[in-house]
Write a protein that binds this ligand. Sequence first.
Ligand code: NAD
Ligand code: MG
Length: 380
Amino acid sequence: MKKVLILGSTGSIGVNALNVIRKFPDKFKVTGLTVNSNISVLKEQIEEFNPEFVVVKDQNKADELAKSIRSKTEVLFGNPGLIEAAQSRDFDILIGAVVGFAGLIPTLEAIKRGKRIALANKETLVVAGEIVTRLVAENGSEIIPVDSEHSAIYQCLIGENLKEVEKLILTASGGPFLNKEKSFFDNATVDEALNHPNWKMGSKITIDSATMMNKGLEVIEAHWLFGLPFDKIDVVIHPQSIIHSMVQFVDGSIKAQLGLPDMKLPIQYALSFPERFENDFMRTNLPLINNLTFFEPDFDKFECLKLAYQVLETGGTAPCILNAANEVAVDKFLKGLIKFSDIPKFINKALNKIENHSNPDIETIIECDKLTRKFVNTLN
Ligand code: NAD
Ligand code: MG
């Protein structure tokens, strides 16, 4: 029986992780759940899974929750609660399903204890990939990716020698604006950008898919997970999202992993690895799908994708600046404060303004994140 702590249990990945865990009551036990503010959903999760503790970011909401539950579940709050959960509570697997920079510090704490990390929170690897991978190696921890592309690559690499990999090929749906002209981006609405053709996800990653920053973040994520340089990580548009990604080897052979666009499978794999558990999830019917197509991405139209490759090449705190600027810009766009086309503009301004530090330690990364947020918040 594996004990599981879910960071971000009320989000799209968190809820799907509980959908997986519910199917395997003899294999997994939920010991802890953490959320930002959605205590009504958390309350239902507590009643069903009876965790030992939960963490709520907001103290008032944590107090409100503590008064209203009957179970013995302990209620912690704030960042100190989140860090305590990762640092000293009992669990075997941490599911990193928080969105954004907020996932970094608790994930690092669990890595220092040698835990398995089922990682959806790609921002953690984007901002601090060097530190994360070093600590994983030093502490005997392991990251099993939940991001579907990286889960696909992970599965393709089983039994292979990394030295014989010629390149990784990340597939991208292209998002809701694949067939729009760049001029459309000035007037694209929040509802249009949130209307993803294949995946139902949280709002931040859905906007990232519309700008293709999501694929850019995934290129950086792949670099740290699999140790390949940026020029060996390609992106190909594949609108059906059936091939989740591929690996091309030095002899020209390509391995791919296929499946329906459903995050339950990569989540389950990150929990069950190295085993595979039988399940009743819907199967992929290839004749029904009938048609799989591929295109080159348009780097001029999707500037965020180009910027992500650039910061990966630059290194240092450049990926942290890109990430923080993107988080703030996406938040402003979602609130209707800026245009869709402002997102890459703001990121560019931040990259030009904020000083880059090479080989940053964690304090430098935290400071860089703060400075960038402050700067981008002044833009309009
Ligand atoms: P979401 O917005 O649906 O959920 C985010 C969760 O994190 C919620 O439970 C929320 O309470 C919690 N949270 C948010 N801010 C917090 C903070 N400051 N402190 C503590 N908790 C906080 O997001 P999501 O779509 O589930 O995505 C989560 C992560 O997984 C992201 O990094 C995303 O890029 C990645 N991911 C998501 C999908 C997907 O299908 N949704 C696929 C691949 C990767
Ligand atoms: Mg993905």
